[in-house]
Design a protein around this ligand. Structure first.
Ligand code: WT7
Length: 660
């Protein structure tokens, strides 16, 4: 591990600032004026945006009802259909022939859907789901790879008012089972499998195991044929997508749902062992989504080709693959595979092939590409790119500058460079916020490498001290959101107390995001990472407690402590310190056994990079584990102040075991 990444801690002294070019500003869809309008009349601003970006079946009568705070109601009385807004209305407006999705499979197979074709598919899927007994308010679990059927399934649910609960395909059968049970899903949509690094990779076996062990809410499993591998089959439960969806009628009238009708539940890690089912509703979510997708990326739907590399298993894939781009009538690329299959230039090949003009990805990917070397992107024509976005974790200035200099100035495969690099937009938000909250506006904001900078128009963000008082410019503290916002979560599925507790109890009348932040001398915001027990590995959110619970559930383990240690590429990496209950029988490698155990219980993404068997854990006199000290060990640093330890010799014992 290098501590290069820790330059983040020394931020807020960034002198570089890049003003938008006159040419970019002249054609930009967003103007300074948005901030002024929002500042003068925040609710009026959102009411205007709501009517601008969506087509409502019934107009709303009240913009915000905050009388039951912290549960918001936005656009009260309004009725709207998400699928109609993402599909039919573009066809009705004469844009049915515009490509909605260019799909690129990992093996190189491709499919494109126009808006007319995608509308047709979603109508068939909506009819098919209804014929399987799914109706408004029912939950549908989605466990699919990045293929068009994932988007079709989500929109078909939205069309009929069913609530989708997408589970990332990298999660284990156990994780899928607990999410199916928590949401009591009636239907599961999955695939035989996908492709990973040139090989078929199964999905259905995990669904089989999950459904066999779940509480019994599931009536059917609908299976997309993707990699053609043999799968186990249960008659009466399993159905092939190809037998059900193409045969369904392509006629389906979308009805408006209440603005506060739940659109989806998406599980995310918190500070306890149990993932939280974050609830988003229809109207407010879509309004902020479509507005930010347009403004942050300077979207010109007639000409742009948008590509967000996130998987639909995460909120980025919900907001900026399924909803934002389609509600805005854009053309987008969806790619199934990994960036280095069959070679490390695959992404740039895709950008060149489809003429991608807006690329949205994560710092971990940018740092990986940096490591592979600039010769790779330099060998492709990336001249079509005009906006580059970043999301998921703090972007270090080195990666930001590389993104700008190497990707953002590429004007051809023979070394041609652009005079004006493309703007970079770093976007801070969360599963809970539903859409961008802090981000520069290209064409308006002078950008600084490494900072997300300013709240988007209509959003009130602040950095506060322990007591909830705003910090002065130049100071650090906790990131909070002062006023309700349209795309805010409406609660945690089945646990509204946890909702109030987690987000609204730390500071009075403010939403606590869980992130540390600093304001620089100009008042711009720099995100400094989580201040709670949540880790961020390659932009994926993991809970230290969840991994600890999984480890102690193994009979070999007596106690466990998990920390996220800084990592140059992935942002953080998971390290576990365990006290063994007993040695494994038959001389097996305990570290490998436990890593495999976590992968099985949670998913491969949660597998600790390192597991250290130690005789003791550092605890305070009251028995609290001092993870900070373990983090020092994992990061190879001198151990910090350990005077509050109950047993002062523990850290020396741990250091000794780790060395061995
Ligand atoms: C956490 C939310 C937002 C979609 C992907 C992650 C971190 C996210 C940034 C950014 C610094 C960021 C925060 C946040 N994060 N974007 N641009 N700069 N940190 O969604 O899984 O809900 O995770 O990701 O720590 O709290 P998520």
């Amino acid at each position: 591990m290098s501590d290069k990444h820790s330059t983040l801690d020394n931020l807020s002294h960034e002198d570089r600032s890049f003003a938008p070019s006159a040419a970019f500003a002249a054609q930009a869809v967003a103007h300074e004026d948005l901030y002024r309008r929002a500042a003068e009349d925040r609710l009026g601003y959102w009411a205007d945006r709501a009517r601008e970006v969506l087509t409502w079946d019934t107009d709303f009568t009240q913009t915000l009802d905050w009388s039951e705070a912290p549960v918001a109601k936005w656009f009260v009385g309004g009725k709207v259909n998400a699928a109609y807004n993402a599909l039919d209305r573009h066809v009705e407006a004469g844009n049915g022939d515009r490509v909605a999705i260019h799909f690129e499979g990992e093996p190189g197979d491709t499919r494109s859907y126009t808006y007319a074709q995608l509308t047709d598919e979603v109508k068939r899927a909506a009819n098919a789901f209804e014929s399987l007994g799914v109706s408004t308010g029912d939950r549908v679990a989605v466990y699919l790879p990045m293929i068009p059927e994932a988007v079709i399934t989500m929109l078909a649910c939205a069309r009929i008012g069913a609530i989708h609960s997408v589970v990332f395909g990298g999660f284990s059968a156990d994780a899928l089972r607990s999410r199916i049970d928590d949401a009591e899903a009636k239907l599961v949509v999955t695939a035989d499998g996908t492709w990973r690094r040139g090989k078929p990779s199964p999905l259905k076996p995990a669904v089989d195991e999950a459904v066999a062990n779940c509480a019994g809410s599931v009536d059917n499993v609908l299976v997309v044929k993707r990699n053609g591998e043999d799968v186990a089959w249960t008659d009466g439960l399993d159905l092939w997508w190809d037998d059900v969806v193409p045969a369904a009628s392509p006629e389906h009238t979308a009805e408006g749902h209440d603005a506060e009708h739940p659109l989806f539940v998406l599980y995310t890690s918190g500070t306890t062992g149990k993932p939280k089912g974050i609830i988003h509703t229809t109207g407010g979510y879509l309004v902020q989504n479509a507005a930010t997708h347009r403004d942050t990326f300077d979207l010109h739907p007639e000409t742009d080709v948008f590509w967000c590399t996130a998987d639909i298993g995460w909120v980025t894939g919900h907001s900026y693959v399924t909803y934002g781009p389609l509600v805005n009538g854009a053309t987008q690329v969806i790619y199934e595979g990994t960036p280095d299959t069959p070679h490390q230039g695959r992404w740039w090949e895709i950008v060149e092939k489809y003429g991608v003009s807006i690329l949205y990805t994560a710092p971990t990917a940018i740092r990986t590409m940096m490591k592979w070397g600039r010769e790779i992107p330099d060998g492709y024509d990336l001249s079509s790119l005009r906006v580059l976005g970043s999301v998921g974790e703090p972007i270090n200035p080195e990666a930001w500058m590389w993104y700008r200099d190497v990707i953002g100035t590429n004007a051809g495969k023979n070394g041609e460079r652009k005079d004006e690099p493309t703007p970079i937009v770093d976007t801070w938000w969360q599963t809970e916020t539903g859409a961008h909250m802090i981000a520069p506006l290209p064409g308006v904001t002078a950008t600084k490498p490494g900072s997300a900078q300013v709240p988007v128009p209509g959003i009130t963000v602040d950095v506060v001290d322990e007591n909830g008082a705003s910090v002065a410019d130049g100071e650090g503290g906790y990131l909070v959101i002062r006023d309700p916002w349209p795309a805010m979560l409406r609660g945690i599925w089945g646990d509204m107390d946890r909702y109030r507790d987690t987000y609204w109890s730390r500071f009075e009348d403010m939403y606590f995001a869980g992130d540390g932040a600093k304001k620089d001398e100009d008042g711009d915001i720099w995100l400094l990472g989580r201040v709670d027990d949540v880790m961020n590995v390659s932009g994926h959110r993991l809970s230290t407690t969840e991994i600890e619970s999984s480890l102690v559930a193994n009979s070999l383990v007596a106690e466990a402590a998990v920390v996220g240690a800084k990592d140059e590429t992935t942002g953080e990496a998971v390290y576990a310190f365990v006290i063994l209950q007993r040695e494994p029988e038959g001389g097996e490698d305990v570290v490998e056994l436990l890593r495999a155990h976590v992968a099985k219980e949670i998913g491969a993404i949660a597998k600790p990079r390192g597991i250290f068997v130690v005789p003791e854990l550092p605890k305070t006199r009251s028995g609290k584990i001092m993870r900070r000290l373990l983090k020092d060990v994992a990061e190879g640093r001198e151990v910090g102040d350990s005077t509050t330890l109950a047993d002062a010799t523990v850290m020396a014992q741990i250091a000794d075991s780790v060395r061995r």
